[in-house]
Design a protein around this ligand. Sequence first.
Ligand code: ATP
Ligand code: MG
Length: 506
Amino acid sequence: MGSMQQTLEQSADLLLETHGLCKSYGSVAVLQQISIQIHSGEIIGLIGENGAGKSTLLKCLCGITRPSKGDFSFAGHNYQGISVTRARNLGIVCIPQEFNLINELQVCENIFLGRELHTALGLLDRKAMRTKTQQLLEELGTDIPAQRAVKDLSVADKQLVEIAKALSQSCRLLIMDEPTTVLNDAEVENLFQIMKRMQQNGTAILYVSHKLREIKKICNRVLILRDGLLVCDSPAAKWTERDMAERMVGRALNQVFPEKCQQTSDADAILSLDKICSGDVIRDVTLTLRRGEILGLAGLPGSGRTELAECLYGIRKISSGKLIFAGKVRHFSHPGQAVSAGIACLSEDRQGSGILTPFSVRANITLVSLASYCHPLIDQRQEKRTAGKYISAFQIRTPSTETLLQELSGGNQQKVAIAKGLDSNPSLFIFDEPTRGIDIKAKSEVYSFIRDLLDKGIACILISSDLEEIIGLCNRVAVMREGHLAGFLQDENITEKQIMYLATGV
Ligand SMILES: Nc1ncnc2c1ncn2[C@@H]1O[C@H](COP(=O)(O)OP(=O)(O)OP(=O)(O)O)[C@@H](O)[C@H]1O
Ligand SMILES: [Mg+2]
């Protein structure tokens, strides 16, 4: 592997070279003296903790931001900073961390936005755009209809559309900022096949992910950023996942998952569902959840996990069946009612409904719990104290409680979203993909936080596409298939194999 790596490096052409790139926001240096080289046909992993500067480096390369100092050369030409259009014309294509799609438009309209195909007569060639879109999506192993409006897609499907959009352009350097956080294993596998094909055709790929197993699997070389500095540049084969994680955080790491708590079979039931249905999306779901218990909700994407959570949180209408929460039969018709009853929900789509990026960290954390800060005027000092508490508990990287959320890195925004849910003091917390996009150290912080919630008697429902997470945290797992419960697994029966067996039925 090592020698193959060397030959690859020697024979391939140098495509991109950065020379001492720096980026500062005000007095904060986010990137310091970054000098890297990328050759055609290389897949390079870029890793680092939340806020290390990964997205910022990518943004400098694809023209979204301008470096404060330094320059880079691409295919032999020197640039101090380029525009997005220029980058695209050069063949630098980016799949951004936060989606860049227009919700009201169809999938194919989004994919060809600004680069529409025309007929010989100069008219829009809708048919060609539809066909091409369908083809791209098929290659990614999905059957999303080309004419579906983006707003009607799940988060995973939006991600696939964003990937298809990138792949529809001719590209010499593909930049991917955490493209797989919401994808399932099969979708990731398809994506990797496509990446390998592109690599064989000479495309270079710069790949950011917190999933170190993926980095090891697909990348030739790994770059590690720590606090804006490049601390490592070496062949991927050389490192174990643990090595990479330790280099990232700069110290030895403890175990990621906390001890599981003892099953409390005599605790009160906090939630009972009796034959809940919602149209034909959720069918006859019956289950009970006790205080202090964490129930995993597993299943393939589209199996109804998120939809079931939406029923509990008052976003989706329950068409028949009974929901009993904290001893009372409930009919939540909007999330406000669920929140006042004591349910918190961390939605998988943090951009869509989780948080308000133009507002401060403080305002976001107290968004749902604001009533408890009004005496009767809003007590900002109390709000700031609370925000400060979460900032240090989760080590949220922000200059202050008053910083706008849009200035935080993706993973740090996710931590704020969790803090927001916790501050509403819930008796049931629904986590939908809680560790999406957060680094390994922050993950273990979130896990021990979930563990603390359980010790306090709060019940949790965990929806995650990361089976390791479900297996590592849950006492009991409900597996969904096509809108109904395919079965429950308990304790040592919670294995990847059993979950997949119930999820697919084969
Ligand atoms: N527009 C901005 N204004 C001020 N600071 C910013 C801005 N954009 C990013 N930052 C800061 O730059 C630092 C690096 O952010 P960046 O998004 O590059 O991190 P990242 O490595 O991609 O992290 P993550 O894994 O969480 O996505 C963070 O501390 C962030 O708060
Ligand atoms: Mg980022």
